[in-house]
Ligand binder design. Structure first.
Ligand SMILES: NCCCC(=O)O
Length: 453
């Protein structure tokens, strides 16, 4: 479970990044996930010195535990231009890393079991066309030519097909990009928690880490499931919650589809190692804690649909971001929750794994029942409107928040990383980031939930 090539990155994965704490940099990036690493890479390319502090391991949490989809299809319309740029950047990053990301433009297919589901999918076609995305509505016969279910396998009514979408291998890609960033001059340190963000006269002045202070006039919080807790210690509240999602990996099997696909119950992606990453789409677990209560009104007002897909659990494991006993306030000299739990490694849901295994076998009977090589879970940083916060914090000069990727941050990481770097550099981001603004939860706006997958 600890090798970079065989499983998600965990607390037992060997430390690979241990650059010494600098006295001062232009920007401290808190969080070594896909967003933090890509932001640091592009900051450095813009000529700003950047240092990434990661309390656990680079990509140890959702960045190595996600499905590995590089997906434009079905995106929220505000995310789509960022994602379209991301798609181009993935190609470049794969080349820059010496083809170590596993990136392949193998297409994504949204399958519909019934005409009613297909009619729902067709609505997104308009969004895709508006952005000149190559996306096509397929009928049952066209789906059957692309997805080899064999005799006795599932027949779908049709689907939405995006040939320009792709896939990459999460636990290979993010560390490979981190090594690229490091080779270009970015400092990265694992097992090094940011404890507090130092402010002076309303401006950021640096970060206290467990290994010393780094002076910086800008700080980017890209802490995934931990961002809300870190910000709360600074008196900043965002209605972010974390939900547990389970994924399984099959042993190598024949190729029935080279890309990624889902229908109403199952998602699957062909892997570079010849297996499939599979997930049962029967919901996720919300581990209840104080934040869940605090933010419930905000969630109820916008997220009724996704709440229906939520299984409520009475408490999170000890030391999780929203566990009942987790400290909410601390000083720079104290041990923090980030040091008590270096990497979130939730126990996968066995029923979810079994449903995914059976669902895959039902759709592709000629392959035989898949042998599950490995299964894992991740804690997804979710916002009630299913789109992230990517913005400067108005009350704190020099502070940028990039969090709440809501389960679709992997593919869009390069696009957001570049946009955030431009934001920090004072350049045009090239994208309209209004939908991701920090103030949307407090400025009286009506929140519109984006598509959830
Ligand atoms: N929740 C996973 C959706 C697929 C993606 O990352 O785009």
């Amino acid at each position: 479970m600890s090798s970079h090539s065989a499983a998600p990155i965990s607390a037992s994965t060997a430390i690979q990044f241990s650059d010494p704490i600098p006295a001062e940099v232009d920007v401290v990036v808190i969080g070594g996930g896909v967003i933090g690493i890509l932001t640091a890479l592009y900051l450095n390319r813009l000529g700003l010195s950047a240092y990434v502090v990661e309390k656990g391991r680079v990509a140890g949490e959702q960045s190595s535990r996600n499905w590995g989809w590089i997906r434009q299809l079905g995106r929220d319309e505000a995310e789509l231009p960022v994602m379209m740029e991301s798609s181009r950047l993935w190609q470049q990053l794969d080349a820059d890393t010496g083809k170590r990301t596993g990136f392949r433009r193998s297409g994504i297919l949204y399958l519909a079991s019934t005409q009613k589901e297909l009619d729902k999918q067709e609505k997104w076609l308009e969004i895709g066309k508006r952005h000149q995305l190559d996306v096509t509505l397929l009928d049952a016969a066209s789906v059957a030519t692309r997805v080899g279910t064999g005799s006795g396998g599932r027949r779908w009514a049709g689907g939405l097909w995006s040939p320009g979408d792709g896939r990459a291998e999460p636990w290979l890609a993010v560390p490979a990009i981190a090594r690229l960033a490091q080779s270009e001059g970015v400092g990265i340190r694992e097992s090094s928690a940011a404890r507090t963000i130092e402010m002076a006269a309303g401006k950021v002045s640096g970060v206290h880490t467990e290994h010393g202070f780094i002076a910086a006039s800008q700080v980017i919080v890209a802490g995934g499931a931990w961002s809300s807790l870190l910000l709360k210690n600074l008196g900043i509240s965002i209605p972010q919650l974390t939900v547990r999602s389970t994924v399984a990996q099959t042993a190598p099997m024949a190729e029935v589809f080279a890309g990624s696909a889902h229908d109403e119950e199952l998602a699957f992606r062909r892997r570079e190692d010849g297996g499939y990453t599979i997930t049962s789409l029967d919901g996720h677990d919300l581990l209840i804690g104080p934040d869940a209560f605090r933010h419930l009104p905000r969630w109820l007002s916008v997220a009724m649909k996704s709440l229906g897909d939520t299984r409520f659990r009475p408490y999170a494991p000890k030391h999780y971001p929203d566990a009942w006993g987790t400290a909410r306030q601390w000083s720079p000299n104290e041990q923090t929750p980030f040091e008590r739990c270096r990497v979130l490694e939730p126990v996968p849901d066995q029923r979810c794994i079994e449903r995914a295994r059976q669902g895959f076998a039902l759709r592709f009977p000629e392959l035989g029942a898949p042998h599950i090589l490995n299964a894992w879970a991740g804690m997804i940083d979710a916002m009630p409107d299913v789109v992230p916060v990517v913005d400067r914090v108005p009350s704190c000069e020099g502070l940028i928040v990039a969090t709440g990727m809501s389960g679709h941050g992997f593919g869009i990481g390069p696009g957001f990383g570049k946009a955030i770097a431009n934001l920090a550099a004072g350049h045009e981001t090239g994208h309209d980031l209004t939908r991701f603004r920090f103030s949307r939860f407090t400025d009286g706006s009506r929140l519109v939930p984006g598509p959830s997958l």
